[in-house]
Design a protein around this ligand. Structure first.
Ligand SMILES: [Zn+2]
Length: 364
């Protein structure tokens, strides 16, 4: 064998060994991730899955639903904020009546679905419900509302939504409404919260509901930070320093939310993460956003809001069954387990407990 052939064989052997070593590392990381997911509490703070259950004839429903209870189990995800998504229509009393009726129907339907699957899942209404349901091995649903449009102009609707089980409200979607301005609308109608919006935030504080500023304008975000007595969250928003779109959060906004003990829950939609071609946007790109937030404000203020069934997901992270691979990537990046526990659920529980505590203080 001449020298060149010997070198060639050696290179092939080295490549084979390093491939084997990285495969072994991957298996070890996956085992650690699965163990962590068994022990810790994990929550995804935004999906739009409910509509897939209430409208099963949709082409993206059925098997293509990204969030199902068996998929949550497979991915090691304990809980999620399941949002009733409200697309925006006219802003008048008739429309507001019918959108509230729609919200009630959607929630009733999904509550019935959960009740029919009570061996697999349960609904959480308070922070104290989560561990209780996890210990029973159940997937956990907490209700949210995406778009304060559903509140209309009637403050009593906030309490109606609370009584239905809603515990977080995303104040806007892509258009301004009677509560606040959106990040995607063309004009600043209220320059932040409307006068009614300030009352909505106060009422949410009183009742113990989380104020969610994903989709809202910067002015709305700062008005909420200034006015809310409780921490606020961005339930599904990524980092504008990495992908520059108005829907993502600037570093200043991230710091301001964290300064008031709130959360930045990074979204997984390819469109909000990167301009790279579809096949190159993967969990690593998502974790670049997560690392950016952690480097900026620390692990106490970052989590995940997938936006599954509402635009979330990417190659290799197609649905909720892949959640544990985020943990694999964070472990690979050297995250300590204590930070991974915060990211997945401790941060959210801290904020929800604080929201509930402030509600009790206001009511006594
Ligand atoms: Zn959204």
């Amino acid at each position: 064998m001449n020298n060149i052939r010997i070198l060639g064989v050696a290179a092939i052997l080295l490549a084979a060994i390093s491939f084997q070593t990285s495969a072994q590392e991957d298996t070890a990381l996956l085992k650690r991730a699965e163990q962590l997911h068994r022990e810790m509490f994990s929550i995804d703070t935004h999906n739009d899955a409910i509509v897939k259950y209430t409208h099963p004839w949709r082409s993206d429903a059925g098997d293509r639903t990204q969030v199902t209870f068996p998929k949550m189990k497979e991915g090691g995800l304990d809980a999620a904020l399941f949002a009733v998504f409200l697309s925006q229509g006219p802003r008048n009393e008739n429309a507001y009546d019918s959108v509230m009726a729609y919200t009630v129907r959607e929630m009733d339907f999904f509550k019935t679905y959960v009740a029919e699957h009570s061996s697999e899942a349960g609904i959480a209404y308070h922070s104290s419900d989560f561990w209780h349901l996890k210990r029973q091995g159940k997937s956990i649903v907490m209700f949210a509302l995406e778009n304060g449009y559903g509140i209309g102009t009637d403050l009593l609707n906030v309490e109606r939504l609370y009584n239905l089980g809603v515990r977080a409200i995303t104040l806007t979607h892509n258009y301004n409404n009677d509560v606040a301005d959106s990040s995607r609308d063309t004009i600043a109608e209220w320059h932040g919260l409307s006068p009614f919006g300030y009352q909505v935030v106060e009422e949410m504080n009183r009742l113990g509901m989380i104020v969610d500023v994903s989709h809202t304008s910067t002015e709305t975000l700062y008005d909420c930070l200034e006015h809310s007595k409780a921490p606020i969250i961005a339930s599904h928003s990524s980092v504008r320093a990495i992908k520059d779109i108005p829907r993502n959060l600037t570093d200043e906004e991230i710091c301001a939310i964290a300064d008031k003990s709130g959360l930045i829950q990074v979204a997984t939609g390819r469109w909000c993460l990167s301009d790279l071609p579809r096949e190159q946007v993967n969990i690593s790109v998502f974790c670049d956003h997560v690392d950016h937030v952690r480097n900026l404000v620390g692990a106490d203020h970052v989590g995940i809001g997938t936006d599954f069934d509402g635009g979330g997901g990417m190659v290799g992270f197609e649905d909720v069954s892949k959640m544990k691979y985020v943990t694999v990537e964070l472990l690979r990046r050297g995250w300590p387990e204590k930070d991974i526990r915060k990211f997945w659920g401790e941060n959210f529980l801290r904020v929800l407990r604080e929201v509930e505590k402030i509600s009790r203080q206001i009511n006594h």
